[in-house]
Design a protein around this ligand. Structure first.
Ligand SMILES: Nc1nc2c(c(=O)[nH]1)N(C=O)[C@@H](CNc1ccc(C(=O)N[C@@H](CCC(=O)O)C(=O)O)cc1)CN2
Ligand SMILES: Nc1nc2c(ncn2[C@@H]2O[C@H](COP(=O)(O)OP(=O)(O)OP(=O)(O)O)[C@@H](O)[C@H]2O)c(=O)[nH]1
Length: 455
């Protein structure tokens, strides 16, 4: 870091709000030690647990507890950190916090301790995000995966790939200086090999990040189908069957309704969409456009069809669901079918999953639940296998890197070195966005130190 401005000292209650056995006020910054020593009325030795009374301005005890001092840089933030461990009551902790603020600290913004850890180079951006993911993890598998990301497993792979791309960039930029010569006399074969290796590594990382994204976010299932097939009824039936563990995420738009359902500890996001069909008025068309957009992020399409007429319904959604990784077909309204409901000629859906239900009578809903649970668990188990959590932001960055790398390769094949260098720079920067590390001056430094060609 080049002359970082002097930071102030931040403070916050670090434990969850409400009553608890123990509550912690944490301080970070240059005045943490002095403030802590004033409140505890004693010297604080780094990395020692001191029993103390925490005093107010008049010398009366706010509380008694344990004071800890972590001297920079050996702390979570990398700055001087003091923790005051008192009794976990909201009134006591608020008074303690007010006291340290009166002594010169200020209340921290959300995430500011981790932000400082990032600015101090203690964590990279992906790791800082993993801290938040670990805290928010809804099940043990997601927590484990966040833990791995926090330990740097994801970041290390991103950095390794960034290193490969940097080497390729250096090679290409050097070749630009010898533009009169064909690339093949400038180590073109080795360069192409490096491309293949980087490309393979990028694909593997992208797949892992995509699994990590699903693990963090849960299975993203989108309910689609023609109008009136019973999509909304089905969502209600699924969500309502176990109301206690359903959280209402709030319809983000007037037409998409999100519900989070937990099946055996695995989260499933259900999105109800506007019915898909030809035509419709402007508002309906906008709803359909959003439904299609939602499908692009889906792991699973739950395709609801009217069991009395599945074929025409399927035709209206076939195109929209083609890109989704998995599909589950739900033939609804079987209560309206007189005879054996499996008998109407089912539409051709290949070997894919099919369930017959009635959202109205409840018939078949158990089987549907079981299918969804199996899908969600299979997905999570798959994702939890040595996985780390990742975010949509990371997947996006990797996808951009993928595109730029493909472009660079094509440009190189046409000996368009300047363009290839630029595409590579973009790919490299996309990776840098993940860890928050890559900067233009980094690159210049690398090029000059690696290629000292006497200028
Ligand atoms: N009391 C308390 N518990 C906590 C935290 C905290 O801030 N306070 N954490 C906050 O999120 C997590 C732990 N994070 C921490 C990360 C680094 C260091 C630290 O002192 N690191 C030094 C020394 C390492 C060592 O002794 O091996 C260092 O890395 O130099 C402390 C906590 C979870 N538990
Ligand atoms: N008989 C019967 N009727 C059902 C069943 N499921 C839904 N319906 C009815 O079908 C109609 C449409 O249901 P919705 O859940 O609104 O259908 P939708 O697919 O969300 O409709 P759009 O929002 O127009 O796309 C309503 O009148 C429901 O009561 C079922 O299993 N059996």
């Amino acid at each position: 870091m080049t002359d970082a401005p002097a930071r102030d000292t931040i403070a916050a209650v670090a434990t969850a709000p409400g009553a608890g056995g123990v509550g912690i006020v944490r301080l970070s910054g240059p005045r943490a030690q002095q403030i802590g020593e004033t409140v505890a009325a004693r010297r604080l030795r780094p990395r020692h647990a001191h029993y103390a009374r925490f005093l107010d301005a008049d010398g009366a005890a706010i509380d008694d507890g344990i004071a800890l001092y972590f001297a920079a840089p050996a702390s979570y933030t990398g700055e001087d950190v003091v923790e005051l461990h008192g009794h976990g009551g909201p009134a006591v902790l608020e008074e303690l916090l007010a006291r340290v603020c009166a002594l010169g600290a200020r209340r921290a913004r959300p995430g500011e301790f981790s932000e400082r850890a990032f600015l101090e180079g203690r964590l990279d951006l992906a790791q800082a995000e993993a801290v938040a993911d670990l805290i928010a993890a809804a099940d043990v598998r997601a927590a484990r995966a966040a833990r791995r990301a926090l330990d740097g497993e994801f970041s290390r792979r991103v950095e390794a790939l960034a290193g490969d791309l940097l080497a390729i960039r250096i090679h290409v930029e050097a070749a630009i200086d010898f533009a009169d010569e064909p690339l093949d006399t400038l180590g073109g074969a080795a360069l192409r090999q490096r491309f293949v290796a980087a490309s393979t590594a990028l694909d593997a990382l992208l797949a892992a990040a995509e699994r990590g994204r699903r693990l963090r976010d849960g299975l993203h299932a989108v309910i689609v189908g023609p109008p009136n097939a019973g999509k909304s009824s089905l969502l209600n039936a699924l969500a309502g069957s176990d109301r206690a563990i359903v959280t209402d995420i709030a319809g983000t738009t007037r037409d998409l309704l999100h519900e989070t359902v937990k099946l055996d500890g695995v989260e499933l996001t259900l999105v109800d969409t506007a019915g898909l069909r030809e035509g419709g008025d402007a508002i309906e068309r906008e709803g359909m456009r959003r439904a299609v957009g939602e499908l692009q992020r889906a792991d699973l399409a739950i395709v609801v069809l009217d069991a009395r007429d599945p074929d025409s319904g399927l035709a209206s959604v076939a195109e929209a669901i083609a890109q989704v990784p998995a599909r589950l077909y739900v033939y609804n309204k079987i209560d309206l079918i007189e005879s054996d409901y499996a008998s109407p000629t089912p539409a051709d859906i290949g070997g894919e999953d099919r369930v017959f239900v009635s959202a109205r009578s409840g018939a078949g809903l158990d089987a549907l639940h079981a299918r969804l649970r199996a899908l969600a668990q299979g997905d999570a188990a798959d994702a939890a296998d040595g996985a780390f959590t990742a975010r949509a932001r990371h997947v996006d960055a990797l996808l951009r890197a993928r595109e730029e790398l493909d472009d660079a390769r094509a440009q190189l094949d046409h000996e368009m070195l300047d363009l290839a260098a630029e595409s590579l720079r973009q790919a490299h920067e996309a990776l840098g966005e993940i860890t928050g590390r890559v900067r233009a001056d980094d690159l210049l430094g690398h090029i000059f130190s690696n290629f000292c060609i006497g200028k």
